[in-house]
Design a binder for this molecule. Structure first.
Ligand code: GTP
Ligand code: MG
Length: 195
């Protein structure tokens, strides 16, 4: 999809604030600093629409980006919650769980992992959780510009194995810097949002 129009409709903490158009939603999840906002910006052809930051954990609300008046990207606050205070962790978990398990219009989740390393325990937990709830999931290994092209396949295999994805789990390599993988990610989104 060639995006011309995008609008941040809502930073929501409460389900009452979620959009009511009924249009499909694709959520982006992943550890703080993994590149969720950067991926969003590439998908919508903006340099800095979704706020990126070197300070992890800045995004604390569900941010709904309305794209081409047709679907929403939902930027979910980054986890890494193992280190956060127990009360914070509980609050985060409750908001995300409520959203991911009870949102009728949610068509799929893009789960980002850092392509330079093996997925963390948090990444594994998230993928297991999404699988348990049978939420269609695309794993995106990002920051791949930091990895030599010859090592991409090996790295993707490591991601697949560490997450116990099996052969048919959806996995793509991506770089916000080179925009590698952009078309493939869009293809997955369109298939799941409108397919
Ligand atoms: P939170 O909102 O805090 O959860 O972080 P986020 O997941 O939205 O990460 P964000 O997009 O803000 O990116 C974090 C940092 O990683 C920024 O400095 C980005 O420039 C950098 N970054 C993101 N994607 C890439 C990529 O594909 N390649 C490289 N080299 N850097 C990236
Ligand atoms: Mg962000």
């Amino acid at each position: 999809m060639e995006v011309h129009n995008v609008e941040l409709v809502m930073s929501a903490v409460d389900p009452k604030q979620y959009p009511t158009t009924g249009q499909p939603e694709i959520a982006l999840v992943g550890r703080s600093n993994v590149g969720k906002s950067s991926l969003t910006n590439v998908l919508i052809n903006r340099n800095s629409y979704a706020r990126t930051s070197s300070q992890p954990g800045k995004t604390q609300t569900l941010n709904f980006y309305h794209v081409e008046d047709a679907l929403y990207f939902v930027d979910v606050p980054g986890y890494g919650y193992a280190k956060a205070a127990k009360s914070e962790r509980a609050k985060w978990g409750q908001m995300i769980e409520t959203y991911l398990t009870s949102r009728d219009t949610l068509r799929g989740v893009i789960s980002l992992v850092d392509g330079r390393h093996a997925p963390t325990a948090d990444d594994q937990q998230m993928y297991t959780w999404l699988s348990y709830y049978e939420i269609p999931t695309l794993v995106v290994a990002t920051k791949m510009d930091k990895i030599a092209g010859a090592k991409w396949n090996k790295q993707l295999s490591l991601v697949r194995k560490t997450l116990s994805m099996g052969h048919d789990g959806d996995l793509l390599a991506f770089s916000a810097q080179t925009k590698a993988g952009k078309d493939e990610v869009w293809q997955w989104i369109e298939q799941h949002a409108f397919g």
